[in-house]
Design a binder for this molecule. Structure first.
Ligand SMILES: N[C@@H](CCC(=O)N[C@@H](CS)C(=O)NCC(=O)O)C(=O)O
Length: 207
């Protein structure tokens, strides 16, 4: 697992949330190297990997001396670190607010709402759930897709589309997000992006 200075390394498994990190890297357009971590055979628990990410999870990104894990954090890091790719509103732009909201909404609301529902766990009082309720979260998501023109923040495709869009595509595919014409149209637009197609091709070939 030796890395050279400033090299970008993605610790990755091709059938996992890590595909969103790879999609983001393809959008950024910088050279990167993939280190496969076979999470089906327990490689995520190897001491060498746990030293990088004690959660034993992919994706994990190493860029020079920087290590960052969690899909949304990786997307945010890459968009800020490589601003020339134009995947984030500037820090002083008003759209930075909704941009950050969506980056956190994906892991903070969409993902737990979907998993809670898919596991059939009992409903809890909405005030105790960070995502309120599955139905509210799905409504906010569908409204966002209705208003996407064509992306969450308007004309500019951003890292927020990678993390929210990744959840939407996955949820529609596995039936954990209800079908809605606007969500399906948004998912289709995402699927037409060249970077997304490259990620699909690379990961379809096994990494
Ligand atoms: N909250 C993490 C979740 C990452 C995650 O759960 N990755 C799964 C694959 S989809 C994993 O590495 N599983 C291996 C394990 O938990 O042993 C993120 O957003 O990156």
């Amino acid at each position: 697992m030796a890395t050279t200075q400033d090299e970008i390394v993605l610790y990755h498994w091709h059938q996992s949330r890590s595909t969103m990190a790879r999609w983001m890297l393809e959008e950024i357009g910088q050279p990167y190297r993939v280190e496969l971590v076979d999470i089906t055979s327990g490689q995520q628990q190897a001491p060498g990997f746990l030293a990088i990410n004690p959660m034993g999870k992919v994706p994990t990104l190493k860029h020079g001396a920087t290590i960052v894990s969690e899909v949304s954090a990786i997307a945010c890091y890459l968009a800020d670190r490589f601003p020339e790719a134009g995947l984030a509103p500037a820090i002083d732009e008003p759209r930075r607010g909704p941009y950050l909201k969506w980056l956190f909404f994906a892991p903070g609301c969409i993902e737990p709402a979907v998993i809670h529902k898919a596991m059939g766990w009992p409903e809890a009082r909405r005030g105790t759930l960070g995502w309120g309720s599955y139905d509210d979260t799905m409504k906010v998501l569908a409204d966002a897709a209705i208003n996407a023109a064509p992306w969450l923040l308007g004309e500019q495709f951003t890292a927020a589309d990678v993390v929210v869009g990744g959840q939407v595509r996955w949820g529609l595919q596995f039936g954990t997000i209800p079908k809605h014409p606007a969500l399906e149209a948004y998912a289709h637009r995402l699927g037409e992006r060249p970077a997304f197609k490259r990620q699909m091709q690379l990961d379809g070939a096994g990494g």
